[in-house]
Design a protein around this ligand. Structure first.
Ligand code: ATP
Length: 490
């Protein structure tokens, strides 16, 4: 396991080897946007496909959906996003740095740690709140007034300039995260819509469409993978927080009189944990659950927990799990004036189901996969990615690039392997360099065709993690690699 404390090595590798590039780079860049290169797009797709396999194709009780990214403004009014979907902002009056106030406070509390005076007299922040914030390093749910009080009581300095020692901040104020879009070409005649701020609302507004057009029976889920947009202002940390990102969300509907929500909640916790550890092959010691406090949790939620991953910049939310009661469907009933109740085919009862929502960010899974896999050992940099998600599963090498018989045999093997795996051919430089190059992009198996291959029909398979080499019959290569993939573990 690596001991990275920042992302610099990962972002350098990601740029150099074609995983992620800064967005709009040749025009000077556009903050908080990124483009995925040839390796990145494969890794991202593999993660996305695995999620869909696991939670849609792999289950009989979940169906998929793909809703529009541009959506009616009333959706976001009913869901509470136009009024409540806001971050608290603060600006440094000296250097003009704009920051999320909660992040400013949390970073400060983390840095100061035990030095902070928990007994400090405050007007609006209670001693318990202060203690909790210091212990949990979280100020989520705090009002602007509380954040203002903390900044002035503790003289929280600007992290970007030395002039502002805590006395040159603007007041904390709220900033809505939704991206408005104006539809229509005639000025003054345009109507306001929003780019969706989460995929979840698509499942609620299509609830009746799905129940009427399929044979779903409670409990069941509707899943969606797709882009969401938030006008985030926090800089840094690569693709952890971006303006445009991809979410994988499931709304799991049930009748609370038939199913015990606590049992369903626990079931979801283990499915999520298994997906990360067994599906994506992540070290379990880098994961933890964090329960939201009463203050942090939305008023309609009975329980919310975040699965957090230990990124090089600390434990951060990866995947949220919330029991949202029937809040969303009832809000849309009120907002649209349409009934959103279904008849349970087993009990004959008409009801507004309750919902449990697991919501993950695919780009955060991507960054987690890179961070967890990054390893420097014995003079090489290796990405120990699970073979299920590595950009290439196999690379085929002709021992010598100028020997036609080896090159054509390697081409033949590549063609066969390509039908089953994502495979590539590499004939540049010497074998050692090719291994190093494939290690850096996380290719788990390298197959070398040498002169003996031409007579014994065997190739050398080299394992990325152990560097062990085995001679394998070409006719047995596919099951051999499949077997290794099945038994892979870090
Ligand atoms: P955070 O507290 O980090 O802003 P959130 O609680 O607002 O996240 P949710 O609304 O619960 O996030 O969204 C579900 C998931 O979507 C998150 O767990 C995260 O993985 C991902 N996500 C949210 N915002 C972003 C973003 N700006 N960029 C990338 N991923 C994001």
């Amino acid at each position: 396991m690596n001991n990275l404390t920042d992302l610099s090595k990962i972002t350098a590798l990601a740029k150099r080897r074609g995983f992620i590039y800064p967005g709009s780079e040749i025009y000077g860049g556009l903050a908080n946007t990124y483009d995925y290169g040839p390796m990145g797009v494969e890794l991202l797709r593999n993660i996305r496909n695995l999620w869909w396999e696991e939670f849609v194709h792999g289950r009989d009780d979940i169906v998929g959906l793909e809703a529009s990214l541009i959506s009616h403004q009333e959706i976001w009014k009913a869901s509470g996003h136009t009024s409540g979907f806001a971050d608290a902002l603060v600006d440094c009056r000296n250097c003009k740095l704009r920051m999320r106030a909660d992040h400013l406070l949390e970073d400060y509390i983390e840095k100061k740690g035990k030095e902070l005076d928990v007994t400090k007299k405050m007007e609006v922040i209670s001693p318990d709140e202060l203690k909790l914030a210091i212990e949990s390093l979280k100020v989520e749910g705090w009002s602007e007034v509380k954040m203002d009080e903390f900044i002035s009581a503790f003289y929280v300095p600007c992290p970007n300039c030395s002039e502002n020692k805590g006395d040159k901040w603007t007041k904390v104020r709220k900033f809505n995260l939704l991206f408005p879009v104006n539809l229509g070409i005639v000025e003054g005649d345009q109507s306001l819509a929003y780019l969706r701020g989460e995929t979840a609302q698509g499942m609620f507004i299509n609830f009746m469409n799905v129940t009427a057009s399929t044979r779903v029976k409670l409990p069941f889920g509707i899943a969606q993978l797709g882009k969401s947009f938030r006008n985030e202002i926090t800089p840094g940390n690569s693709v952890f927080r971006t303006l445009e990102f991809e979410q994988g969300e499931i709304e799991y509907f049930f009748d609370p009189e038939v199913n015990n929500w606590e049992e369903l909640f626990e079931g979801w916790k283990s499915s999520m944990w298994d997906f990360i550890t067994k599906g994506l092959g992540i070290y379990a010691e880098n994961l933890r659950w964090r329960i939201h406090s009463d203050e942090e949790r939305s008023f309609y939620s009975k329980r919310t927990e975040d699965l957090e991953y230990k990124f090089p910049f600390g434990f951060k939310e990866l995947w949220g799990l919330a029991y949202r009661t029937d809040y969303d469907l009832s809000q849309h009933e009120k907002g649209s004036g349409k009934e959103l109740r279904m008849v349970d085919s087993q009990t004959g009862k008409k009801l507004l189901p309750h919902v449990i929502e697991p919501a993950v960010g695919v780009n955060r899974l991507f960054l987690m996969a890179l961070s967890d896999a990054y390893c420097e050992e014995e003079g090489r940099v290796v990405l120990k990615l699970s073979p299920k998600i590595a950009p290439f599963t196999v690379a085929v090498f002709p021992l010598l690039a100028n020997k036609e018989e080896l090159v054509s045999k390697a081409g033949e093997i590549h063609k066969t392997l390509k039908r089953v795996f994502h495979a590539t051919v590499d004939a540049r430089g010497n074998i050692g360099k090719r291994y190093l190059s494939q290690d850096e992009i996380g290719t788990p198996y390298c197959v070398t065709v040498d002169f003996d291959t031409l007579t014994d029909n065997m190739v050398t398979v080299r394992d990325r993690d152990t560097k062990d080499q085995e001679r394998v019959l070409i006719s047995n290569l596919i099951p051999f690699i499949q077997g290794k993939m099945e038994s892979w573990g870090k």
